[in-house]
Design a protein. Structure first.
Lengths: 267, 275
């Protein structure tokens, strides 16, 4: 029988099942660390309409010449509606992930229209590599916050809701770009020990590590749990920041690098 | 008729998940039931090894193509192909350059797609068709027309490939991608065609004393997982929470007749059952 026609490489014959590779000196590059990867909350911001969104977009536009920004959109109530019905129909997790993805796409298109005169540009996952072009042209690229896993999203125990939704998509975008921090614009002052919409006296947490946060074992979290898992293995994006976009000036301060809101960091 | 709900500054659509953050464990449990629909039952996933079969050239590929021809008429198959040595080389170069994990993942699919085109050229006469991701839902069309789709194996995680706990290489490769593709469509059986008789407790190419594992279960494997695996480790990490895949079979595609027997339901090679 013929031999395997191989090409010599450091990886040799080893199966590609991940892990450290002998003889490899991995010195990762950061693709564009100055970019601000910013999530516009779905339920927290976009579903609030003009009253909440316009002031946030105004701050973003005002910061345009100071910072390169990639805007990524969350889903919101329509995504929850989709997940509800899809769950009742007993559809697989991967199908929910694909279905849920349509809503952040709509939201990104809406934001693009609002930002068109300032250079707002709707982009797809396949356009990710064109970001350097968009930034050099002074554009404001807007895209879905969902990662492209869709039908390939892994099922998990006890729920059909996909683990990697828009928080994860935003986080992984920041990580692959080599950005040290991802910014999430929501409608609360960051993290609290309970959902402040249900417990108005919930205590605010300004800075906390992933390990400490997991120890708290909160029943509810401001961020998708999958993001915390990814952060433990991150090479670049070691911080995520949660900002109340409903308070004027917060977005500008976050874009300028201030620690407003809550920072969750990887140890 | 859905109601709109307002009052907290946001406009909601009435649903059981309305207003929820979706991170709450009790809320997540609302989106769960024991049953899950099978989107395309009666289809078997067949993965043709990249390094194990393709990289051996005509001598390994052509007999398998001969065997596949009639099998494609008899069974509903979804075929996937691995990438092989070119993927390894791509990863070597990319990691040496210091490209991020997501960047490496973005590159890998091209070499697999090459192999899918190769295989399609050989099988087109028997009724194969390459399956692009945008055509994910064209499967019923293919099957009703008597065609066999050839899918790209690696999952489309691309730049968004999560960081790997074990190192810079992407964790989600072609074996995993095809596993997920089969699982989401409700298939219960996947056959990985490689160049070994099946699963061993270590790499038989490197260890003369490697022990063949003829039949085992997922639980038994998890209790004693070999250090060197012929399949992506991610397959075994995803399998416990999968709803449909019951049987993973690893066969030697260099032995004529093995694939025919496996598709006929015989326990040729290694059979791993979920329970």
């Amino acid at each position: 029988m013929s031999e395997r026609n191989t090409i010599d490489s450091v990886l040799g014959d080893s199966p590609l099942t991940g892990g450290e590779i002998q003889g490899l000196n991995y010195d990762p590059i950061s693709m564009d660390p100055d970019v601000r990867v910013v999530k516009l909350g779905g339920q927290s911001l976009l579903d609030r309409g003009r009253a909440a969104l316009f002031p946030v977009l105004d701050e973003i536009v005002a910061a345009k010449d100071r910072h390169k920004m990639l805007l990524m959109c969350g889903g919101g109530t329509r995504a929850r509606h989709i997940y509800s019905i899809a769950s009742e129909l007993e559809l697989p997790t991967g199908v929910l992930a694909a279905l849920g993805g349509y809503v952040p796409m709509q939201n990104a298109r809406m934001v693009q229209m609002l930002l068109a005169k300032h250079g707002g540009l709707y982009m797809l996952h396949d356009d990710f590599e064109k970001l350097p072009l968009y930034f050099r042209l002074g554009c404001l690229p807007v895209m879905t916050g969902m990662p492209p896993f869709a039908y390939w999203e892994k099922p998990v125990e006890g729920t059909r809701i996909p683990s990697n939704r828009t928080d994860a998509g935003v986080y992984l975008s920041a990580e692959v770009m080599g950005c040290p921090r991802a910014i999430y614009i929501k409608d609360e002052e960051g993290l609290h020990e309970h959902d402040p919409k249900k417990h108005p006296d919930a205590k605010h947490i300004p800075r906390i590590s992933v390990a400490e946060l997991e120890e708290l074992d909160l029943p509810d979290l401001i961020v998708e749990r999958s993001v915390l898992e990814h952060m433990k293995r991150a090479r670049f994006c070691k911080e995520i920041q949660f900002v109340n976009g409903l308070v004027p000036g917060n977005v500008t301060r976050a874009l300028d690098g201030e620690d407003v809101g809550t920072i969750i960091y990887a140890d | 008729m859905s109601d709109m709900v307002t009052g907290d500054g946001r406009t909601h659509i009435r649903s059981p998940l309305m207003k929820e953050s979706l991170q709450d464990r009790e809320v997540q449990a609302r989106a769960f039931s024991e049953r899950e629909i099978e989107i395309m039952p009666g289809v078997t996933m067949v993965s043709i090894g990249g390094q194990s079969i393709f990289d051996r050239g005509a001598e390994a590929i052509l007999p398998l193509v001969e065997e596949l021809g009639p099998l494609m008429q008899e069974h509903k198959l979804l075929i996937g192909v691995g990438g092989g040595t070119r993927v390894r080389h791509t990863c070597s170069v990319a990691l040496d350059l210091g490209l991020p994990t997501g960047g490496v993942a973005q590159l890998v699919g091209a070499m697999e797609e090459c192999n899918a085109v190769f295989l399609n050229a050989l099988l087109a006469g028997h009724g194969s068709i390459p399956m692009q991701r945008e055509h994910f839902w064209d499967l019923p069309l293919y099957f009703r027309s008597g065609l066999t789709p050839i899918a790209i194996s690696v999952p489309p995680y691309h730049f968004w490939e999560p960081p790997n706990a074990e190192g810079p290489m992407p964790a989600h490769g072609s074996d995993f991608g095809l596993f997920m593709h089969a699982e989401v469509l409700g298939m219960d059986h996947i056959i990985y065609v490689k160049d070994e008789d099946g699963l061993y407790d270590k790499d038989p190419k490197r260890h003369d004393d490697a022990k063949f594992i003829k039949r085992t279960t997922l639980a038994e494997l998890q209790a004693d997982m070999p250090q060197e695996l012929i399949l992506d480790r991610q397959v075994f990490q995803a399998w416990p929470d999968a709803r449909h895949l019951e049987r993973i079979q690893i066969i030697n595609g260099l032995v004529p007749g093995n694939l025919t027997r496996a598709l006929a339901g015989e326990d040729v090679g290694t059979v791993i059952t979920r329970s």
